[in-house]
Design a binder for this molecule. Sequence first.
Ligand SMILES: Nc1nc2c(ncn2[C@@H]2O[C@H](COP(=O)(O)OP(=O)(O)OP(=O)(O)O)[C@@H](O)[C@H]2O)c(=O)[nH]1
Ligand SMILES: [Mg+2]
Length: 449
Amino acid sequence: MANREAAFIDTAHIFLKAGKGGNGSSSFRREKYIPYGGPDGGHGGRGGSVWFVASSNITTLREIAFHPHITAGDGSPGGGNRRDGADGEDKTLYVPLGTVVKRGGAALADLKADGQRFLAAKGGRGGRGNTAFKTRFNTAPKISENGEPGEEYEAWLELSVLADVGLVGFPNAGKSTLLSAVSAARPKIADYPFTTLNPNIGMVTHKNKSFAAADIPGLIEGAHEGRGLGDLFLKHVLRTKLLVHLVDPAGFGGLKPEKAVRVIEKELKQFHPLLARKTALLAVNKSDLPGAAEVQALLQKKFKGREVFLISAATGKGLGKLLDRIIKLLPSIKEEDLYRASEGAAVFRSPEEGFRVAKDHTGAFVVSGAKIEKLIAMTNFSQPDSWDRLRRILRTIGLDKALKKAGAEAGDAVRIADREFEWSDEALPAGKRGKFAYKYRKFRQDYGD
Ligand SMILES: Nc1nc2c(ncn2[C@@H]2O[C@H](COP(=O)(O)OP(=O)(O)OP(=O)(O)O)[C@@H](O)[C@H]2O)c(=O)[nH]1
Ligand SMILES: [Mg+2]
């Protein structure tokens, strides 16, 4: 769209992919006069991670929304001569203050402070080279791990601007005029409704106290269900501490001021009950025009117990008193926590431990679980010794028992992650590495090593 303002974007559906760790290397020292050199395969490098950093220099999610595939670099493989692979490059994305990261409906992080960092997707660790597998019994291991896959998931970013005070009211009430009168913000002002299309934020300093104020597009009746622009932006005042409800003494669209105030308050409440609970100061604007003082007196009578100010955003009259009241009230209002996410840390991680065995419609046994799938991904199937190690681990963690209990018999297919194995109860020949009751024999491999 040509309209620059309309490009304000406050949600983004994104796909995060952290880097895979580099594969470890299986290599042996070769020197002229040392015929049987020991293992010297280096480790793979760590995969890069995806980070979000809150920054006051960014105001919209536009960049991210248009580039939703976010990928960090893979680690490099290890090499011979104990050469470790290089780490993959991290990917850092800057997001506006007030960005919430959500995954499957749960909030992972609420980025509110300038510079606050959030590790959104962790890079995989590098696979160990064969130097790591040397033991007293196996001094020449031909085992190396593949790198761990990086975390990968889809997420939603939601921005709600952070301000202490939200300016609400019908279109044309003078919200933008007020913001520009009390801050350095210069929102567009005009004598027609819906001048403001995006939230504007301004820093207000009054008597050595500062607070942020947000001016949102005017609301109309039905805003909470999508009429006008209102509902798109009401969420931006959800996190404010205080509302200033601006009233045009002329009313709006044939509504008298008193009725107009009630309509707006009903819209706020219907959008979110939290909005109805907020302290809301009423301010009758345009006091430089005839009739405004009468409207203020009337509203004060109709809304007993509420504070009704009389101001002129255009001439500045009455603004000092309104600001006095705001800075007096703000410190006593606690911010309601919309999201229970702990600062900077993910609250949602798939469980690592345990696995599940289920039989699918083809009769294959499907084994799932984050840890066991990771183990499969990190096994280098081109190395017979790695196969042995895998069998041993699977037995130790109890998969053999679980499969037997589930009714697995020789020849049945067992699927883990993207691999399929043939299960057999044939005993492996007893050797120096022990005897195994069962073996997993690979008979199909979808991905080359
Ligand atoms: N006389 C007078 N006019 C004012 C005052 N404040 C604002 N106006 C005028 O009212 C009109 C609307 O002002 P805006 O600040 O654009 O109103 P708004 O509430 O931001 O309107 P929307 O963005 O459309 O919701 C403009 O023509 C302003 O110049 C005031 O105190 N006195
Ligand atoms: Mg405006």
